[in-house]
Design a protein around this ligand. Structure first.
Ligand code: SF4
Length: 384
């Protein structure tokens, strides 16, 4: 494959795989299976690796899952594994022996051990990384920016995002730790472009992991991802990519295939053109991960898309999230939000909770709310 010309960052070793410098952009992906379901997760790790994923990420957030990870590691020899610490950075030393890289989210460090400083928490993570020969990803996300940075830059999420990432780089610099990459993600591809451009100008030495979170169902999820990746990769920004798509388990490897397709097209100078994209209905959906408690989530996201098709010309956002951990926060900015629990779905209008419904009942209620929103929009446009 023709290579993309990249800016030259430092090179980070992840289990023998090189990220950054003039090494080819690494396509990676993430398991959506429950980590404690060892057979399903092993199958998915191989499925993603066989499709060409250079790194496969697994999400863990409690110690009970560590024994499953040990077994998964044993059954996936030679595959570079990363673990997402999600909201529990304290499990880093438990997972360290079984993976090659850990991802921590600066926005989730304040949740536990509140008396301990952020600096001390990062210092501990670096000690764990050094002990177990791990690389680190500092993964900031618009939906979970550290409260300190939101307070410091009120109303300017993008600056808060970039400054939070830059601050963590400085903490790692002070500790003399260079084996790290950074990601700055959002569900809006234009924000992803701007955040990564700003960060790359600020820290040209640090390799970047690109991603558009909650891009959603194909084909729109692919278009959103392309809008961000093409612009950045064409400028030499991006050393590893993850395409996040809402897909059933058996099709999860398509994330990897799409990633390679984007790299091939950018290298060949082929770019998509979607002049009207982003002017009508926007459905965002998380790619799902081990936290999904009801596999009907992916089907629900598809049903929401079909149900809302009649509203395609309205500039509205509907968010569909797979779990109760990130679902409530990540739906706050959407006009209508749904987040899934084990047997029920919570429906929201912006941050206001509208109720909890069964998987069957939620769709008719969503339709009622969508009709109401459209009627309100029509009234306000007639009044103005
Ligand atoms: S919203 Fe929940 S289920 Fe979806 S990717 Fe995020 S953590 Fe995983």
């Amino acid at each position: 494959m023709q290579e993309i010309h990249k800016r030259s960052t430092r090179v980070v070793d992840v289990g023998g795989l090189k990220i950054g410098g003039q090494f080819p952009v690494v396509v990676q992906s993430m398991c959506a299976t429950r980590t404690t379901d060892i057979d399903a997760t092993v199958r998915q790790v191989h499925q993603l690796a066989n499709a060409g994923a250079g790194i496969v990420r697994i999400a863990l957030d409690n110690e009970k899952e560590v024994s499953a990870l040990r077994e998964i590691r044993a059954q996936c020899p030679g595959i570079v594994l990363s673990v997402d610490l999600q909201e529990n950075y304290r499990i880093a030393d438990k997972v360290g022996p079984y993976v090659d890289k850990i991802r921590y989210n600066p926005g989730h460090l304040h949740h536990i051990e509140k008396a301990k400083s952020i600096k001390d928490k990062v210092k501990w993570l670096v000690e764990v990384a050094r002990e177990h020969d791990l690389a680190i990803r500092v993964g900031v996300n618009c939906g979970s920016i550290a409260p300190d940075f939101l307070r410091r830059y009120p109303g300017d999420q993008l600056t808060a995002l970039v400054e939070s990432a830059a601050y963590h780089c400085e903490l790692l610099d002070e500790l003399g730790f260079t084996r790290f990459v950074v990601s700055l993600k959002d569900s809006d591809p234009f924000k992803v472009v701007e955040a990564n451009r700003r960060f790359a100008a600020r820290r040209p030495d640090v390799p970047l992991h690109l991603g558009v979170t909650e891009a959603g169902l194909p084909p729109d999820g692919i278009i959103k991802t392309r809008l961000a990746f093409e612009k950045l990769l064409a400028q030499g920004i991006g050393d590893t990519i993850r395409v996040s798509l809402t897909l059933p388990y058996e099709r999860k490897h398509e994330e990897v295939l799409v990633g390679y397709e984007i790299l091939r097209d950018v290298a060949a100078g082929r770019f998509i053109s979607v002049p009207d994209f982003g002017t009508g209905l926007n459905i965002i959906a998380c790619p799902s991960c081990s936290r999904v408690e009801n596999e009907r989530f992916v089907e629900l996201a598809q049903q929401v898309k079909e149900l809302a098709a009649y509203a395609s010309k309205y500039r509205l956002t509907i968010a569909v999230m797979g779990c109760r951990v990130n679902g409530p926060g990540e739906t706050d900015d959407a006009d209508l939000g749904l987040w899934c629990g084990p047997t029920t779905v919570n429906l929201k209008r912006k941050s206001q909770k509208l109720g909890t419904f069964s998987y069957d009942e939620v769709l008719p209620r969503l339709k009622v709310e969508l009709d109401r929103l459209i009627a309100e929009m029509s009234e306000s446009s007639q009044a103005s």
